[in-house]
Design a protein around this ligand. Structure first.
Ligand SMILES: *Cc1c(COP(=O)(O)O)cnc(C)c1O
Length: 371
């Protein structure tokens, strides 16, 4: 059975190996996953304690969730200091990316993105049969100058991943303002801020200001990263109500399930958990980058909860050696850097275990070379 033309030959997303898979394949009892930028602290205990209603839950589960997500919408709007009508929730921000592509793109248009960035933009654009213009990163960072220059009258969407996955770099507020000033108001600017809550840099864009000044901007956030709720799948977009109401035309009516809505609402109410994770992550970044510097390895300045480091050896060798030692990291041919890995910040002990295993690999390689 042939699928439609735009879908033929599309890559199938390959998630990182799971902990159980690696335990089975390598006969290991203890495996650490530092591959998918998940929160090593899990989610807030306040969420776990309050997620399931104590009585009558069978009745509750028989009912469709609130398609308008009133409770979560109110809590999020208050937290973000935006109007409730400025929010759209999705089954992960992945779904918001899909909704945006489905809502705004048709053949004949094009869309501009960085060459090494989050892969879901490209796939969703290709499904809509729309041309993708990919602009190489410079120093691991979006080349906003070249991206703005690539925008033409056919460009419907530009995608800026900030911090960028997989490189971890950011573009600053001022650079982004200059960029958006050059983009026509009929072109949508998507700011994917999945890691915003981790960023400590004072030059990071002030999203609320951008949203207030530019009606063609949408920011994407998620509960999968610092909030530690990746399993439940909740993400959201923030934009002017006009954009949100267009997106709502293509959104499935019950796209975020009841438990996910409830968990996200509860998670927003425990900001002390978020602050603790933010601080722990900064310490973890320091732990990893200090070691990389000592080992003479180069890495991009990390602003999320992961580090993109050039190991100096084929990434697949590093990946396999670490797997054998019970540590899962990420390596991907499509990054255009065959010796780089992306490692998620773990807790202190996990970071130490990773560094230990990594140095073991480097030592073995060093000995092979000098033989
Ligand atoms: C993890 C991630 C997402 C997807 O998050 P979900 O809300 O889990 O779908 C989106 N964008 C970037 C850049 C990410 O790294």
């Amino acid at each position: 059975m042939q699928p439609k033309r735009s879908v033929r030959g599309l890559p199938v997303y390959r998630p990182g190996k799971s902990i159980d898979e690696v335990k089975r394949e390598y006969g290991l009892r203890h495996v650490i996953k530092m591959a998918s930028n998940e929160n090593p602290a899990g989610c807030s205990p306040y969420v776990v304690e309050n997620l399931l209603p104590s009585s009558n839950s069978g009745q509750q589960l028989a009912l469709y969730p609130d398609g308008e997500m009133r409770e979560l919408r109110q809590t999020a709007a208050r937290h973000l200091r935006v109007e409730p009508e400025q929010l759209i929730f999705g089954n992960g921000s992945d779904e918001i990316i899909q909704i945006i592509a489905r809502c705004f793109l048709e053949p004949g248009m094009n869309t501009v993105m960085a060459q090494t960035t989050f892969p879901r933009y490209k796939t969703n654009v290709q499904i809509e049969n729309v041309d993708v213009v990919e602009i190489p990163l410079t120093g691991g960072t979006h080349d906003l100058e070249a991206m703005a220059a690539a925008v033409n009258e056919r460009t419907k969407i530009v995608w800026v991943c900030n911090p960028n996955n997989p490189t971890g770099t950011i573009v600053t507020h001022d650079a982004l303002v200059q960029f958006i000033d050059r983009i026509p108001s009929s072109t949508l600017v998507v700011l994917d801020e999945a890691y915003a809550e981790y960023v400590a840099d004072e030059h990071y864009p002030r999203t609320a200001e951008l949203l207030a000044n530019y009606p063609n901007v949408i920011a994407l956030r998620t509960f999968s990263k610092i909030y530690g709720l990746a399993a439940l799948r909740v993400g959201y977009g923030i934009a002017q109500p006009e954009i949100v109401s267009e997106l709502n035309r293509v959104r499935e009516p019950f796209n975020v399930n009841a438990l996910a809505q409830r968990a996200a609402h509860l998670a927003l109410r425990d900001q002390s958990f978020v602050q603790a994770c933010h601080r722990a992550n900064l310490a973890g970044l320091e732990q990893l980058t200090t070691a990389f510097t000592r080992l003479g390895l180069s890495f991009y300045p990390p602003h999320g909860n992961f580090v993109f480091v050039d190991t100096g050896h084929p990434a697949s060798d590093v990946y396999t050696s670490l797997l054998q030692q019970g540590i899962i990291v990420r390596a991907d041919d499509s990054w255009g850097c065959p010796t780089a890995i992306r490692v998620t910040v773990g807790n202190e002990a996990e970071n130490a275990a990773f560094l230990n295993a990594f140095e073991q690999f480097l030592q073995e390689r060093g000995q092979e070379k000098s033989r």
